[in-house]
Design a binder for this molecule. Structure first.
Ligand code: FAD
Ligand code: SF4
Length: 475
């Protein structure tokens, strides 16, 4: 029954879509949530208090019109809801699936503490998926095409956010990516149990029909040069992400059986999707004792991929406590349900092995000390607390650093000391534009500008950079 009650937030509890039981989902690389039924989405949306000054909107990096589209859902008006949600977000069905809502929109919901936040992410996903199923497509009939074209390097969320705004303003985006599919880390990083790959191929079709051109399997700097792009296009947007793996800097990291997180996850995606060029590329931990080092989204994805590959056991060791873990709480809970064991306050000091092959990870216990300059509490070592965790495979998920291309210097693209690209995020100077680099014709956004972060912040920067490009081109 569809409910319509002013006190719905009390009478109807927070309830997300059904989750597939852990025993079943452990066996498959498929999303773990069932789709929302229409009445459930509507009843959950109706819990929204329509706060006069909605904190959820402020906390959402793209400032979605959340209460407005929730209301449209309660009215069964999916077509208006999807139009409204696309005014602020280029990939709402993706954000609905992978945003850490507990830290963003839902964390800021007025109902969060006492009654349970509105299930904003699930409704956002529901709106787009339902609209697509009903045949919705972005309306491009009023677009006035210009003769301008922009090259975009990288088909990740930053590049796609940029392409979306440009094409809707009549500027032709041509997106270059070295991968065989669009999405960046959405396809070659985030596993299918969080985001099925059909979501991105559906978006590829939608963007293509809107007028975005994709040149896949094309690496800039190898298959095509930056100079060619600078000569042929009116502007260039860089959305190339961050791909230097952080190391622990302790002994034993180069033993056999120690893998960086991303190659492990990518080899699994390639194996599942049939993109594998050579079967030897596939890293399998079937039947092995796995230790995952780290506490972010990437570590959680390694944990849950290992479980699905049939690891004998999966232990995730993290140097801070659970409260201070950077990963989404929802994903930690999902990992736990699927059989991952967490060891908090453990800092790896050495990977140990025999005959060149890993046999374990030596860790020390830590306790939380005083907050550091960023307000995060530092982990201090407890003397005499060393122990060795048995391991046949160790997955290192310590995050990513920028990976600036060697050709940036040739084009006068300046970097910060840590390798991030310098841009004018909020231009204060006359004649400068949003997300413009030190080369006036080149713009940049996403992880390569802000350091590795989130899908939604990359989308946001791509969209803002597109506004900067439109101003620069005087469109
Ligand atoms: P990317 O997504 O990295 O895209 C960059 C693209 O540029 C890639 O496709 C790359 O192939 C291409 N490229 C680079 N150089 C070239 C070149 N020279 N020529 C052609 N193409 C090039 N965020 C969340 O919000 N929620 C999550 O649950 C989450 N989980 C994550 C899990 C993992 C395992 C990882 C690694 C990250 C996760 N993130 C998550 C972070 C999120 O994926 C990134 O912040 C986001 O994808 C960054 O977007 P981007 O467009 O800046 O870069
Ligand atoms: Fe919440 Fe992310 Fe959607 Fe914003 S984009 S409303 S933060 S799920």
């Amino acid at each position: 029954e569809r409910l319509n009650n002013d006190f719905q937030f009390i009478e109807v509890g927070r309830q997300g879509p059904e989750k597939i039981p852990a025993g079943v989902r452990k066996q498959q690389f498929a999303e773990i949530y069932e789709p929302f039924q229409n009445k459930d989405a509507s009843n959950q949306a109706h819990r929204c208090l329509e706060c006069g000054n909605p904190y959820c909107e402020w906390k959402c990096p793209v400032h979605n019109f959340i209460p407005n589209w929730l209301k449209l859902v309660t009215e069964g008006n999916i077509m208006e809801a999807v139009e409204l949600s696309h005014q602020t977000n280029s990939l709402p069905e993706v954000c609905g699936r992978v945003c850490p809502q507990d830290r963003l929109c839902e964390g800021a919901c007025t109902l969060n503490d006492e009654f349970g936040a509105v299930t904003i992410g699930s409704v956002e996903k529901y709106i787009t998926d339902t609209a697509f199923a009903m045949g919705w497509k972005p309306d491009m009939s009023k677009v006035e095409w210009t003769d301008r074209k922009v090259a975009i390097i990288g088909a990740g969320p930053a590049g796609l956010g940029c392409a979306d705004i440009l094409v809707r303003n009549g500027v032709k985006p041509v997106v270059f990516d070295r991968n065989p599919e669009i999405g960046g880390l959405l396809t070659f990083g985030i596993p299918e149990f969080k985001l099925e790959k059909s979501v991105m191929s559906r978006r590829r079709d939608v963007f293509t029909e809107m007028g975005v051109e994709f040149r896949l399997n094309t690496e800039v700097g190898k298959d095509v040069t930056m100079q060619q792009l600078m000569d042929e296009y009116d502007a260039v947007f860089l959305g190339m992400g961050t791909y230097t793996y952080m190391k622990g800097g302790f002994p034993g990291e180069d033993l056999d059986g120690v893998y960086d997180a991303l190659p492990f996850l990518i080899s699994n995606v390639n194996h599942c999707l049939g993109f594998e060029k050579d079967p030897a590329e596939y890293i399998s931990v079937k039947g092995q004792k796995v230790v995952v080092l780290g506490g972010g989204d990437t570590a959680m994805d390694c944990n849950r991929t290992s479980i699905r590959q049939g690891a004998e056991s999966v232990v995730c060791a993290y140097r801070r406590d659970e409260e201070n873990m950077p990963g989404s709480k929802r994903e930690v809970e999902n990992a736990r349900e699927e059989g991952v064991q967490f060891l908090f306050n453990r800092q790896p000091v050495e990977v140990v092995g025999e005959n060149g092959k890993v046999t374990g990870v030596k860790v020390v216990a830590t306790r939380m000390g005083e907050p550091d300059e960023n307000g995060r509490r530092r982990a201090e070592v407890v003397p005499g607390s060393e122990e060795v965790l048995d391991a046949d495979a160790v997955l290192v998920a310590f995050g990513f650093r920028p990976s600036p291309a060697p050709w940036f210097a040739d084009f006068g693209i300046d970097l910060h000391d840590d390798g991030r690209i310098k841009t004018d995020a909020q231009p204060q100077t006359m004649g400068r534009f949003a997300f413009q680099t030190s080369n006036a014709k080149v713009f940049a956004g996403g992880d390569m500008v802000r350091g590795s972060d989130l899908v939604v912040t990359a989308i946001d920067e791509g969209r803002k950079a597109a506004e900067g490009i439109l101003d620069f081109l005087e469109v």
